[in-house]
Design a protein around this ligand. Structure first.
Ligand SMILES: [Zn+2]
Length: 98
């Protein structure tokens, strides 16, 4: 059995992984999302994959995808929102950085 390794949540970059296409030609391509995270998701119970309680940061888009995928077992997760509220404030923050 491989030794599992926990990665702490990255508050600067979403840790969601995206998959390309629904085609079954070759292995699915995956890459890490590069958006700014809006929330951190914590596992309340150890995951069946690695037996550890993990956490990861997610952007709004990945969070929505995560919620729709795991809604049926949402008691297994705690979602903690970061200090960004709504798209307007986020847009202002981005403008201010430029
Ligand atoms: Zn993302």
């Amino acid at each position: 059995m491989k030794k599992p390794k926990l990665v702490s949540p990255d508050k600067k970059r979403c840790q969601g992984e995206r998959r390309v296409g629904a085609f079954q030609l070759g292995p699915p391509q995956q890459w890490r999302c590069e958006k700014k995270p809006v929330a951190i998701v914590y596992e309340n119970v150890p995951s069946p994959d690695d037996g550890l309680k993990g956490s990861m940061s997610l952007c709004q888009e990945c969070l929505t995808a995560f919620k729709s995928r795991y809604m049926y077992q949402n008691e297994n997760f705690t979602i903690k929102h970061l200090g960004i509220r709504g798209q307007c404030k986020q847009a202002v923050m981005i403008d201010a950085e430029q």
